[in-house]
Design a protein around this ligand. Structure first.
Ligand code: BGC
Length: 750
């Protein structure tokens, strides 16, 4: 059968199919009734065989022939399927599979999961770009839209958000997270959980969220994916754990352990992490689902000799569900029979699964999460596309803008040049990794966006120049010719889809291939050159920083990327994004992040014996929190309402922010704190607040932040979490190197 015929046929089958029979009596009370849920789950557990219990702890579907999967579902040996995002018609598939589950002995409904991370059918900017908005409320709306689309297709569980902090841009998955900072990362993590899960998990348009990858995946050594991670305990608590914790406190229903070994122990087998920290310390009551095939990976890690060992280790560590490998399905019943795993522990895990399915309302109505009419109404709806355009606009960071070259005038001839301005490679790059069931062909390219926005009277011409990668340069001459006869050249450069995401770490952070050569040749024409970057990780672009007339960091901007770039280039909107991660000058500086320690030998240019390089500056090319606007902002002195903060008190920090330019614009006002002296060395500054403020020309606003002692806590010398009294400095400004400051003293408890 041709793939293109599947949707139509499946729709017919769906219309013809009888309604899916509920697994539970029609009188089953609502999903919110805890007492009925416990009684119902108790009853069900008593009737389940070991094989059926292991089945509820099994998610498979990716890469298994459909007939085989259906048989396993009918046998009650599968709890959910993860092959959904590969289907031509997701809704038809989820309903068809649910019908198979309704033919199993106990009719326990399946759940359906996938990576719904920055959209489902409408693709929004990648998570790193969303972090650059510094707008958690917007991120929540984006993930709400994604959940609305996904649930309409029957998908009730997202394997997102990824909240791994990373300070090494070589790691390909940096694109999936919120960057280097735990405070910003925590705000974005909670927003994503709220967006996906809403405030009622039983609603037909909310889905389970998964906090991943617990813990420390972002610290893979040398940035190489899946490599080992080494994080000293204090740094783990101070830097890496906070976003996971915040997401869990925001109600995240599930957690996924990291693929990697942290301090020699693979996370999937780490009981101290998955049970000790997660359940015992943090009180997590939800479900732990392994990463894809991570249980058999324990053999490669060298901590298990057989699959049975791997299953026992993972289960004992606290992994409830095996994702994709089928190891629990095969091994758990025998492990229980041999006594290696206790049935009580097995029941506890199965209970967590059944209760979560109950809360989703699946027992009451197994087909509540897929509805063709809703799907047709919400998928790529005008509201979602408008949101995608707004999100893309807010996420883009203006890195350079000399002599007011931007915004562009709507006149003359504009040369659009570069391998990522148009075409299918560009469209795939804009959607980037983890793009669910987005279709690259739907993406508005930058060439299309500029054409649509330019209006009559502006001539737009295109030359590709070079490919994204490779050493071909023959197209540069045509691009140069075009640039020479144009009033402005807009170069669209960066990375293509195969260079981004899981498994795609890089050892070089420069522009790939001959793109820099193209930029140099265009610059040599003398025509003003605006560079738009498409990429999912910080690039080292010192030449561009010095020679381009303007640089707009557009990231992987999603389906509306081309329109959003045009909105900003022509000044129909104002750039307001700020970097959520430091941009180094050269890969040799990595890891480079703003919240570093001062060291015993702080850098002094005239002193060799200070922390420095002989061949490169210490400073980044662009610091964390940096980004320009088409207007300018001035910050008044930092005012504190007291110079003392009591142990149970609060302190207000305020500053007057003024739009000193000629256009309306938005500034992200940032608050940083430094603990001057403590028993352990503390970072030179740490983000502790941010606010987006939109001001008209000449307008001022008094921006106020509140500091509480909790915000000053850290992992102390004795490895307890808390504060130390003493002096703190606060800095307020538009980036992490802001200089306006004031100081206060945190008082000791009486
Ligand atoms: C990734 C996870 C993802 C899973 C399912 C794995 O390879 O590490 O982040 O959720 O695949 O797609």
């Amino acid at each position: 059968m041709k793939l293109s015929r599947i949707p139509a046929l499946a729709t017919l089958l769906l219309l013809a199919a009888p309604a899916i029979a509920p697994a539970a009596p029609a009188a089953l009370p609502g999903p919110g009734d805890a007492q009925s849920m416990h009684a119902f789950v108790d009853g069900l557990l008593k009737r389940m065989t070991l094989e059926e219990k292991a089945g509820q702890l099994t998610i498979i579907g990716s890469g298994i022939p459909r007939g085989e999967l259906e048989k396993l579902i009918r046998e009650g040996r599968v709890g959910g399927t993860n092959g959904v995002l590969q289907q031509a018609d997701v809704l038809a598939y989820t309903h068809a599979m649910q019908q198979q589950a309704m033919r199993s002995r106990l009719k326990i409904p399946l759940w359906f999961m996938g990576d719904v991370c920055h959209g489902f059918r409408t693709i929004f900017p990648v998570p790193l770009a969303m972090a650059a908005t510094w707008d958690p409320a917007l991120y929540e709306r984006v993930d709400r839209a994604a959940a609305v689309e996904a649930t309409a297709a029957g998908v009730d569980w997202s394997f997102c958000p990824m909240v791994d902090i990373t300070r090494d841009p070589r790691w390909g998955r940096v694109v999936e997270g919120a960057g280097e900072d735990p405070f910003l990362g925590s705000a974005m993590a909670a927003a994503q959980v709220r967006g996906l899960q809403g405030d009622d998990l039983a609603a037909p348009d909310t889905m389970l969220a998964t906090v991943k990858h617990f813990a420390g995946y972002g610290a893979v050594e040398a940035g190489r994916d899946y490599n080992s991670a080494w994080i000293p305990p204090r740094e783990l608590h101070d830097v890496y754990l906070p976003p996971y914790r915040t997401a869990i406190d925001a109600g995240a229903a599930t957690v996924m352990p990291a693929f990697v070994a942290l301090d020699y122990v693979p996370a999937t087998a780490d009981r101290a992490l998955l049970t000790g920290i997660l359940r015992d310390d943090w009180g997590f009551k939800g479900i732990v689902v392994s990463d894809y095939d991570a249980i058999p990976d324990l053999l490669n890690h060298g901590v298990a000799r057989t699959l049975a060992d791997a299953a026992r280790l993972a289960f004992h560590a606290g992994v409830d569900i095996d994702l994709n490998s089928g190891t629990y399905m095969k091994e758990l019943p025998a492990l229980v029979k041999s006594g290696a795993v206790s049935e009580a522990e097995l029941d506890a895990a199965v209970r967590r699964v059944l209760e979560a399915k109950y809360r989703l309302g699946l027992f009451q109505d197994p087909s509540r999460y897929g509805n063709r009419a809703v799907e047709q109404r919400v998928e790529r709806s005008p509201a979602h596309l408008a949101l995608a355009r707004k999100a893309a606009c807010e996420s883009m960071v203006l890195l350079e803008n000399h002599n007011g070259v931007l915004p562009l005038q709507r006149r003359g001839r504009i040369a659009v040049i570069g391998p990522l301005a148009t075409g299918s490679i560009a469209q795939a790059a804009y959607q980037s990794t983890m793009s669910a069931v987005g279709k690259p062909a739907d993406v508005v390219t930058i060439l299309d966006g500029i054409r649509a926005a330019a209006g009559k009277g502006v001539q737009i011409e295109f030359a590709q120049g070079v490919a994204v990668d490779g050493d071909e340069t023959s197209g540069i001459a045509a691009a140069v010719k075009l640039a020479k006869t144009s009033s402005i050249a807009v170069l669209v450069l960066g990375e293509d889809r195969p260079m981004i995401g899981e498994g795609n770490s890089v050892a070089y952070l420069g522009l790939p291939g001959t793109q820099l050569e193209l930029a140099k040749a265009v610059k040599a024409t003398g025509t003003p050159m605006v560079v738009v970057l498409i990429n999912g990780l910080p690039l080292t672009i010192p030449w561009l920083a010095k020679h381009a007339d303007a640089i707009l960091e557009a990231w992987n901007p999603g389906d509306e990327g081309g329109n959003a770039v045009a909105d900003l280039l022509f000044g129909d909107d104002d750039p307001s994004g700020k970097l959520p991660i430091t941009f180094p000058r050269t890969v040799g500086q990595v890891p480079l992040y703003y919240a570093r320690l001062e060291t015993g030998r702080p850098f002094r240019p005239t002193d060799t014996y200070t922390t420095r390089y002989v061949d490169a500056p210490n400073s980044p090319l662009y610091p964390f929190g940096y980004g320009l606007s088409y207007t300018t902002f001035a910050f008044g002195p930092v005012h504190l309402d007291s110079d003392r903060l009591l142990p149970d008190g609060r302190l207000h920090v305020s500053t007057l922010v003024t739009n000193t330019g000629k256009r309306r614009g938005t500034e992200v006002v940032q608050l940083y704190v430094r603990d001057e002296v403590a028993d352990v060395s503390r970072p030179v500054r740490q983000l502790r607040g941010f606010q987006r403020v939109t001001l008209d020309p000449g307008e001022s606003e008094n921006v106020t932040f509140t500091i509480t002692p909790t915000m000053l806590a850290f992992e102390r010398l004795d490895m307890t979490w808390g504060t130390e009294p003493g002096r703190f400095d606060v800095y307020v400004g538009g980036h992490s190197t802001a200089t306006n400051s004031a100081s206060f003293t945190l008082m000791a408890a009486p």
